[in-house]
Write a protein that binds this ligand. Sequence first.
Ligand SMILES: Nc1ncnc2c1ncn2[C@@H]1O[C@H](COP(=O)(O)OP(=O)(O)OP(=O)(O)O)[C@@H](O)[C@H]1O
Ligand SMILES: [Mg+2]
Length: 254
Amino acid sequence: MTNIIFKALNITRFYKEKNDIFHAVSGISFELHAGEVISFVGPNGAGKTTLIKSISNYLIPNLGQIEVEGIDLTKKPRQARKQMGIVFGGDRGFYNNATARDNLEFFARILGVKERHIKSNVQHALETVNLANVADKKAGSYSKGMLQRLHIARGLVNHPKILMLDEPTAGLDIESVISIRKLVKKLADDGCGIILTSHDMTDIETLADRIFLIGGGKIYYEGSIAGVKAFAHVDETASLTDAYLAVANKLKRK
Ligand SMILES: Nc1ncnc2c1ncn2[C@@H]1O[C@H](COP(=O)(O)OP(=O)(O)OP(=O)(O)O)[C@@H](O)[C@H]1O
Ligand SMILES: [Mg+2]
């Protein structure tokens, strides 16, 4: 894997509090290759969502540089954003009275997908997440699992080279979780670079090529899953959960 498609350098995002500055994300750097899945793992409040927002133009980092396929995100946000799909999930994000298909067409247009590609891109995204048969139902009628898949479809409408998924399997039934894992794996196999956050260690074990342990806005470990076990001083046969628990205290904000 040599084809670097995304670079983040020294990403820092802080919030001003009364007399203090609170660093949600502090000096994080990493690279992502085509077809690679990297995962940020850490406790609640570690800075995962803030990091994803800061590298995807949802938030402007206070410091740092982001290169998307060689394009500087801060200098050419629109052009850079076209290469990316971002999935935050949750109950919001769609027009409830519009159909899933109309929602996706709307977001594809906003992302600058060419008019002649919109219908086919949307249909393809719907098929990819298995929603084609219910695409003409209102988004407001969707169950949580369907909505989550619709969020992923939204992330795919521009055929991104980089897909960022913030807790894509949270709160879903096991069948939906497994179908999302398979989908992420397939997208990566097809060459998409994936940035994933999850609290589900099985997601991480089945999907991640490299993991980053993040705590208090900083990276504590970067490497393979086998490497985390060595880092955490647990046995090779220990699970990723065991390894994580062995270092969890270090990752908490003091
Ligand atoms: N707009 C904001 N103003 C002030 N503090 C913020 C803001 N957004 C996030 N934070 C703080 O930044 C820290 C990191 O939050 P973030 O949501 O990135 O964590 P996370 O790792 O995604 O957590 P979780 O696993 O719960 O999703 C938290 O302490 C949070 O309270
Ligand atoms: Mg989060």
